[in-house]
Write a protein that binds this ligand. Structure first.
Ligand code: C5P
Length: 317
C-alpha cells in the first residue's frame, strides 16, 4: 500500500507515513488561463522513492517541524534543520484552521525525493501531512474534503491524496484514477541543479502557440497511452510518452540535451523529463534492465560535459 499510516507504540504516540514521489509519463499544456496557471493534461504515477514523515503527539506544544536530508553522496547521514515555511507546516495549519483546532505536536520529515526535480516531493509531503494529521487529530475528514484543502496547497497535492496513478487536468488538481497499470521500471537522473516550476512555465509561455486542435488530439493520445499500458504494450505506449515542458526547460537547462544523448544508449522504451524538471527519466523493460542502466550511468564521471548528479532505478507503486 503506497501510503501506510501506522502508530509505532515503541516510541510513544508516534505516527509515520511514507510520501512517494511521482513521475509524469505524459504532460500536455492545453492553454494559458486568466489566473496565470496553465491548463494541463497529464498522466502521473506514484513511484517507490519516499520522503518519510513522522509526527509525535504533544497537545501542549506548538506545531514544530524538523527536516533531515539524506544527501545522494552521503547516504545515511541526517542533516537536521528547522523549517517554518515548509509545505508540511502550511498543510497542518490549513487543516487545523479548517477544523477549528489548535495545531500542535512535532513533525519530522526525512527527505529522500530530489528537490526541484519535477517529482512532486513537496506536494507529496503536503498530502501526507493532511492524511496523517486527519488521523492523529481524529478529524474524520473524507478524502473529498481533504481534496479541497489539498488544491489550495498546490496543483499536484490532490494527486498524492488519491494514492494511485491518475490523469490530472485543470491546473493539475482535477484527478481521475487511471485504473490499474502494470508495474513500470525507471531510471531517473537528477542533475545537480534543479528547475523552478514558475520559471519553466513562464519560459513555455513565451514560446506557446495556441492550437484549437490540441485538446482533442491530447485526449485521444492519452487514452491510447493508458489503454496500451493496461494491456502491457510497453513499446507502443512508450512512443506516446511526451512532456510539452521539456523544450522550454531545455533552454534553461542545457544539460538536458546531454542526458537525452546518454539515455538513448540505454535501450530504454521511452525517455523524457518529468513534470517541470529537472529530473530526466528512462522507461526500462525490467527491474534488471533499470538497475544495469542506472549502474552504467553512475559509472560515467562528470568532467565530460555531463553532470548527472544523482541516478537511481525505481518502479511504480
Ligand atoms: O500549483 P503550484 O504551486 O505547484 O504552482 C507553482 C507555479 O507553477 C504556479 O505559480 C505557476 O506559475 C506554475 N503553474 C502553471 N500552471 C500549472 C501549474 C503550475 O503555470 N498548471
Amino acid at each position: 500500500m503506497p501510503f501506510p499510516i501506522k502508530t509505532d507504540r515503541t516510541v510513544g504516540d508516534a505516527w509515520k507515513i511514507l510520501a512517494p514521489a511521482k513521475l509524469n509519463l505524459y504532460l500536455e499544456v492545453l492553454g494559458r488561463r486568466a489566473d496565470g496557471f496553465h491548463e494541463l493534461e497529464t498522466l502521473m504515477v506514484p513511484v517507490r522513492i519516499y520522503d518519510q514523515l513522522s509526527y509525535h503527539v504533544a497537545p501542549n506544544e506548538p506545531l514544530s517541524l524538523r527536516v533531515g536530508t539524506f544527501t545522494p553522496d552521503d547516504q545515511g547521514k541526517l542533516l537536521a534543520g528547522d523549517a517554518h515555511d515548509n509545505l508540511v507546516v502550511r498543510a497542518a495549519k490549513l487543516l487545523a484552521e479548517s477544523a477549528g483546532v489548535t495545531p500542535t505536536g512535532q513533525f519530522q520529515l526525512i527527505k529522500r525525493i530530489p528537490v526541484q526535480a519535477g517529482m512532486g516531493g513537496g506536494s507529496s509531503d503536503a498530502a501526507a501531512t493532511l492524511l496523517l494529521a486527519n488521523e492523529a487529530w481524529q478529524l474524520g475528514y473524507t478524502t473529498q474534503r481533504l481534496m479541497t484543502l489539498a488544491a489550495q496547497l498546490g496543483s499536484d497535492v490532490p494527486f498524492f491524496l488519491g494514492q494511485r496513478s491518475g490523469i490530472c487536468r485543470g491546473r493539475g488538481e482535477l484527478v481521475e484514477p487511471a485504473g490499474h497499470l502494470p508495474r513500470l521500471h525507471f531510471i531517473v537522473a537528477k542533475p545537480p541543479i534543479g528547475l523552478s516550476t514558475p520559471e519553466v512555465f513562464s519560459q513555455l509561455s513565451s514560446q506557446f502557440v495556441p492550437d484549437d486542435q490540441r485538446a482533442e488530439a491530447s485526449k485521444v493520445k492519452l487514452a491510447a497511452l493508458v489503454a496500451l499500458l493496461r494491456k502491457g504494450a510497453l513499446t507502443e505506449a512508450g512512443r506516446r510518452m511526451t512532456n510539452r515542458l521539456e523544450s522550454a526547460a531545455s533552454t534553461l537547462a542545457p544539460w538536458l540535451r546531454s542526458l537525452r544523448e546518454l539515455f538513448s544508449k540505454t535501450d530504454c522504451v521511452a525517455q523524457f523529463m518529468t513534470g517541470s524538471g529537472s529530473a530526466y527519466v528512462g522507461v526500462m523493460r525490467s527491474a534488471r534492465h533499470a538497475r544495469r542502466a542506472a549502474g552504467w550511468l553512475r559509472s560515467l564521471k562528470p568532467g565530460e560535459g555531463i553532470s548527472v548528479g544523482h541516478v537511481f532505478a525505481t518502479s511504480s507503486c
